[in-house]
Design a protein around this ligand. Structure first.
Ligand code: ASP
Length: 441
């Protein structure tokens, strides 16, 4: 291994929920000298029914902003950190930090500031425990005025700063606005910080340590003991993530993707498991399975239109979509026939504006019939192994048909690595299982 080899490692909240978990993290980090830059989340749940520190901090902000006291919950937060410090046997006091945070929250600091302190404090403890430098993310992760990550400024400032530290802890989840105020990513955003740090140090790998041994080929609540995905491409992951497979924050892919840095999802509680590798490109032949994963979601509606001679009417599709656009409704798919067209949208997007939308579509498109059907589920079958291989679609449809399920709509992306089908919600789980069993067992 080259001496310049470097890993950025991020640990999620469950990996840092208490001192026992901290010790596992330290074992992982200190057992490999190339694990140089560490990004922690705030302490997560220790057991079912426990509360994440981030949620307690949001509650503090909510209470303070409605003029109520925060002492009770703030004391619980202090207790969590103090227990970690004591159980690790650290000679560290965060009392000064606690006082400053208390003061700021009770005198009007916003919710982002409150929530960010979870990672900030945890980062301080982890840095002290590992003997690494602590770097406040507010000083080197920057957002634009409209609260978007300022990637280029962040990358250049962070790269320069990290050059000065051989080993460092950079808390996840937050950065600062141009006016210096602290701001956070959306929930789960420490994954993005990890990715940003990996890019800044041009890491050879970004290890994302969590409480599962990688991505599963299907939702374990639906398929019993699904297999773990060994290797997945960024593209495949996007397709699966969009359909609800969540282990990694969606936006965490982009910074590392720019530099072609692979992400390795690992399990803090089972450090010997290889986990899942997320890569820019994988050989089609490296996969034993034709498909990489199956994901899906309920809660879709189809707005279906019929009109004689629709196929020759220029602008029909545009007029339909412009109505959705005017209501800021994204469409998921647009299956069409000669004289029919449907727009598949999330049902919740239609809340409160359903009849208005139907009315506007009638005015814009003048269809012979229009109807909205709820209760649809979408299933994405994703796999680079499917590209240019014969018969995959047939196997998907056969599997679903053999389970006695009617497929309502089909869509295959032009890149050929995903087939999306729509079934009625009550058939969702059986269809997903049928497809999994066809390809995996
Ligand atoms: N602590 C934050 C959350 O609970 C961010 C993170 O864990 O990534 O959303």
């Amino acid at each position: 291994m080259q001496s310049s080899y470097v890993k950025t490692v991020k640990f999620g909240g469950s990996s840092l929920a208490d001192a026992t978990q901290f010790k596992k993290v330290a074992d992982i980090v200190l057992s490999d000298k190339t694990r140089k830059y560490v990004v922690p989340s705030a302490p997560g749940k220790r057991f079912d029914g426990d509360t994440k520190v981030t949620d307690m901090l949001y509650s503090c902000h909510t209470l303070a902003s409605s003029g109520k006291g925060i002492n009770e919950i703030f004391d619980k937060i202090k207790e969590r950190y103090n227990a970690i410090i004591a159980d690790l046997g650290l000679d560290l006091s965060l009392d000064g930090e606690f006082d400053a945070i208390y003061e700021n929250i009770t005198s009007g600091a916003d919710d982002s500031y409150a929530a960010s302190r979870g990672e900030y404090l945890n980062g301080m403890i982890l840095a002290a425990y590992l003997g690494f430098d602590f770097i406040d993310a507010a000083k080197c992760i920057f957002f634009t005025e409209n609260k978007q990550l300022d990637s280029e400024k962040t990358n250049s400032v962070l790269a320069k700063e990290l050059e000065k530290h051989e080993y460092a802890v950079i808390p996840g989840f937050y950065g600062s606005l141009p006016n210096g105020k602290v701001v956070t990513f959306s929930r789960g955003g420490s994954d993005i910080t990890g990715s940003v740090v990996a890019r800044a140090v041009q890491a050879d790998i970004y290890e994302n340590w969590t409480d599962v041994s990688g991505f599963l080929m299907a939702d374990p609540r639906i398929v019993k003991n699904p297999k773990t995905i060994d290797v997945i491409t960024y593209h495949e992951l996007r397709e699966l993530a969009y359909m609800g497979a969540t282990v990694l924050h969606e936006d965490a892919i982009f910074p590392v993707r720019l530099s072609g840095i692979p992400i390795n999802i690992r399990n803090t509680n089972r450090p010997d498991d290889a986990g899942t590798m997320i890569v820019a490109k994988a050989d089609k032949d490296d996969t034993k399975n034709l498909i990489t994963g199956i994901a899906g979601r309920r809660g879709f509606s189809a707005i279906s239109l019929e009109k004689d001679m629709m196929n020759s009417e220029i602008g029909f599709g545009r007029r339909l979509l412009s109505v959705l656009e005017n209501h800021s409704i994204p469409f998921e798919h647009l299956p069409s026939g000669i004289d029919t067209m449907s727009a598949i949208v999330s049902t919740h997007e239609l809340e409160g504006c359903r009849s208005e939308i139907v009315h506007e579509i009638c005015l814009a498109c003048n269809p012979d019939t229009i109807y909205v059907e709820d209760g649809l589920a979408l299933i994405a079958v994703v796999g680079r192994g499917m590209v240019q291989s014969y018969g995959t679609a047939a196997r998907v449809f056969n599997a679903v048909a053999s389970a006695g399920i009617n497929i309502r709509m089909i869509d295959q992306g032009s890149s050929e690595f995903n087939i999306i089908l729509s079934v009625e919600e009550h058939d969702f789980e059986s269809a997903l299982k049928a497809i999994y069993n066809e390809f995996v067992r």
